[in-house]
Design a protein around this ligand. Sequence first.
Ligand SMILES: Cc1cc2nc3c(=O)[nH]c(=O)nc-3n(C[C@H](O)[C@H](O)[C@H](O)COP(=O)(O)OP(=O)(O)OC[C@H]3O[C@@H](n4cnc5c(N)ncnc54)[C@H](O)[C@@H]3O)c2cc1C
Length: 528
Amino acid sequence: MLDVLIVGAGFGGLYALHKLRSQGLSALVLEAAPSVGGTWWANRYPGARVDIQSLEYSYSFSEPLQQQWHWSERYASQPELLRYASHVADRFELRRDIRLNTRVTKAHFDEAAALWRIGSDDGRHWSARFVVMAIGPLSTPNTPAFEGLESFAGPVFHSAAWPHEPVDFGGRDVAVVGTGSSAVQLIPIIAEQARTLTVFQRTAAYAVPAHNGPLDAEREARIKADYAGFRARNRRMRAGFGSELSPHPKPTLEVNAPERDAVFEQRWAIGGFSLLGAFVDTLTDMRANELCAEFVRGKIRSIVRDPAVAERLCPTHPIGCKRLCVDSGYYETYNRANVTLVDVSEHPIEHITPGGLVTGGRDHRFDTLVLATGFDAFTGPLTRIDLRGRDGLHIRDKWRGGPLNYLGLTVAGFPNLFNLVGPGSTSAFTSVVLAIEHHVDWIGECIQWLDAQGHRTIEPSSEAESQWVQRVNQIAEQTVYPHCNSWYLGANIPGKPRIFMPLAGGFPAYADRCAAVAREGYAGFVMR
Ligand SMILES: Cc1cc2nc3c(=O)[nH]c(=O)nc-3n(C[C@H](O)[C@H](O)[C@H](O)COP(=O)(O)OP(=O)(O)OC[C@H]3O[C@@H](n4cnc5c(N)ncnc54)[C@H](O)[C@@H]3O)c2cc1C
């Protein structure tokens, strides 16, 4: 019998294993993939890289690790991130407690024994006092149920399940369906290789330049001179990163147009998410948001030479409402003679044929199909497991109307189960590695406290849970987030309840709340 069974060996599972083992707990990780790395194992499409700078999207728990690891670029690419995950697994001797190629198919709570009984796809079984679900917010790829997809004669690739051998697009007529973050990264690269590229766009994306390049040695040295201080300052930022830049002291509308544009221009030149942090109210005031959005539309119109194509590329939803894309030459790609943009917002894809697809009654021909159609975010990985809590309650029934949870970490009726960076936490609005470290540290303390107090189980009360979900939704209502069809809302998956899932209140307030709950003897929880 284990103290803790951890599901998933991405950045979450790796740190959970290290932390909980170092507390003297017996722990084991089960991972479906043949490798550690999670997101960075699966998403190996051309151009895959982080959109938060690597000096910030990385572990902070080990000073020697953060000092000795050198990122080659400002925004690390997928191969480098995978090397990093592998280095962490070796450095902290994690592999001996990780079972790869092991998909957890069921986890049942045994009330009499106060234990979780876990089973895998190859028929093995484990029992554990605690389960940490480190299965990732974005680990279940979404493949839309296009009629005729199986009839397509050429290769079909999904950005989140990319083959391990190189894919040669030379001389191919390629179609990309989707224009979210992954598509924005892969489109410019495929366009350079393919004979023709047709992009099928349902919703235009806001993309800001990454200005990626080799990591500036002077900046790296400056941050490493006081990495702990840099991390601490980041933890006080709403998004958990970006502390080197402060927002303009005044709200957007109190700043005159020339000064406002100068601020936006400066952020555009810096690149990445910094544009959203230029003013404090971009994500909370629709009028302020529109000024920022129009600035980006102006950029699109200035980059894309064909005015009709530029207009089709101009998003109409609030900026930041869907995850902002960070690009390298995305809009410029539409100036290429071999690239065509097809808007499917009014005429959705009707069906796939052996040689292409039909939309708006028109036949589009291609021989290679790339689906960059995102994920069943937050709830997808958990609801695919036969997960049952007290009284046999199934997570799919519990979450039928939306993902009830407390603190974005726990679920009433599912004792001793912790869901890392899940719905109800700030995960997607932060640098997720920071969010992972925060959750794992909180879980470690919680288990220590339970053991010291002699409690066998912990789970939230139903009242605490419903108040938390209400709070998550109330906070979202004060922002621009509910005003578009995003994966934050589950809107990309037909039939999924439309509930705002991540917590938009900012990391510092969230971390304070989690700390207060612990200080108050785990207020809102029931211990037995
Ligand atoms: C393309 C892409 C780019 C991203 N870029 C950023 C970024 O720039 N900044 C940022 O903060 N976040 C980013 N993210 C979010 C990213 O998911 C997190 O940053 C982080 O990697 C999550 O780590 P994790 O360990 O929680 O989950 P994951 O890395 O998703 O790992 C979960 C693991 O659990 C395994 N698993 C799932 N179900 C089971 C099961 N039933 N049994 C066994 N194993 C299972 C999966 O195989 C996977 O290996 C990105 C996500 C994607 C998809």
